[in-house]
Design a protein around this ligand. Structure first.
Ligand code: ADP
Ligand code: MG
Length: 355
């Protein structure tokens, strides 16, 4: 077709910008839950309870016993780029909290009906506030938007209802509520394994028995048993290694030669962040396939610590990806360590067949 005249360039409306950005950070209920769990952990919670209706689409609620939110911060807490965690850019290199971008609550408030009930330990009562598009909103149309004093426990309850009510295409893509619930359970159980000092509960609304229920001050291996079954937990071997010259160390549990896994399971935490890291996954899978009988796949829980200055956690808004220095050498050290462990465990019958 013939060249047309260009359309005039216009500035997007702020709510449009925010909704587009929100859709990038919150793809599905389990993404939102990851952000909410991280906020609870940042708030020092020792108990976290997740309640879900219809795969988190109708309701995704998280209750914690953390330090709560200051009442005077409630008008600001759901605005984009508002945070209590990062002050200057340089803080990023040593950040100890999961959060720093101040985007999670804002995003969720742009794509759901969000409410926050929070109480600090030294407050006389809790406050409940409703949000829409980043701002305080009335509970009912025409009502008052101010946070309302109410009874409540110390800590914070965040409830997101009707996720993606204003993004029909996204909502339609999430028809399978069972699949969404499984993803929620996966996020909650992985954080429970890695944060074994914190009690985690995850249940469907109205269910008498929770699907996940870990105790305070449990251990990673104990919680692995709860989630994946005692048989798998009993078949794992512990690894731990310090790479002094690389400013890195790691520990965890991996499946041994004696147990055949039919599906790979990777629980990978880098500086406590649950991440995907394809090079580590590939290298470990290829080690297992070269060393173990054909059908066996790895179970790997890896707690990798790298000097914060050497890690870039700001690659993507969801922080699902990280980059770090000396990647090849660190991956190599992980594979070596697992290899040694696998070949030194008693049950080396399967190695003999392979070699
Ligand atoms: P970020 O975590 O990057 O700071 P969020 O949008 O996730 O951004 O949260 C904004 C702010 O809200 C946090 O900095 C924190 O001060 C507060 N907050 C959120 N969730 C909780 C919670 N469960 N308990 C206490 N404070 C919270
Ligand atoms: Mg956060």
């Amino acid at each position: 077709t013939a060249a047309r005249k260009p359309a005039p360039i216009q500035r997007l409306d702020e709510t449009v910008i925010n909704r587009i950005a929100a859709g990038e950070i919150i793809n599905r209920p389990s993404n939102a839950l990851k952000e909410l769990i991280e906020n609870s952990l940042d708030a020092g919670a020792t108990s976290i309870t997740v309640t879900v209706k219809d795969g988190g689409i109708k309701l995704l609620q998280i209750q914690d016993n953390g330090h709560g939110i200051r009442t005077e911060d409630l008008p600001l807490v759901c605005e984009r780029f508002t945070t209590s965690k990062l002050k200057i850019y340089e803080d990023l290199s040593t950040i100890q909290t999961y959060g720093f971008r101040g985007e999670a609550l804002a995003s969720i408030s742009h794509v759901s009906h969000l409410s926050i009930t929070t109480k600090q330990a030294d407050s006389e009562c809790a406050y409940k506030a409703h949000y829409s598009d980043g701002k305080l909103a009335p509970a009912k149309p025409g009502g008052n938007s101010d946070p309302e004093p109410c009874a409540g426990n110390n800590g914070t309850i965040i409830a997101a209802e009707d996720l993606f009510y204003n993004i029909p295409s996204r909502k339609n893509a999430l028809k399978n509520t069972r699949d969404e619930y499984n993803r929620i359970y996966e996020v909650a159980s992985r954080y429970a394994i890695h944060n074994a000092s914190v009690a985690f509960t995850c249940r469907k609304l109205g269910a008498t028995k929770p699907d996940l229920c870990t105790q305070q001050n449990s251990s990673a291996i104990n919680n692995i048993g709860q989630v994946f079954g005692a048989k798998i937990a009993a078949s794992l071997v512990e690894i731990s290694y310090e790479c002094k010259d690389l400013d890195a160390s790691f520990s965890g549990y991996v499946s041994s030669a004696s147990h055949e896994m039919h599906k790979s399971v990777f629980l990978l935490f880098i500086n406590h962040r649950l991440v995907d890291h394809t090079p580590i996954k590939r290298a470990v899978e290829s080690l297992y396939s070269s060393v173990l009988p054909k059908a066996s796949r790895p179970f790997v829980y890896l707690d990798l610590r790298i000097k914060p200055e050497n890690v870039d956690v700001n690659v993507h808004p969801t922080k699902r990806e990280v980059r770090f220095l000396n990647e090849d050498s660190i991956v190599g050290a992980i594979v070596d360590c697992i290899h040694k462990k696998l070949t030194s465990t008693n049950n080396s019958r399967s190695f003999a067949i392979q070699q």
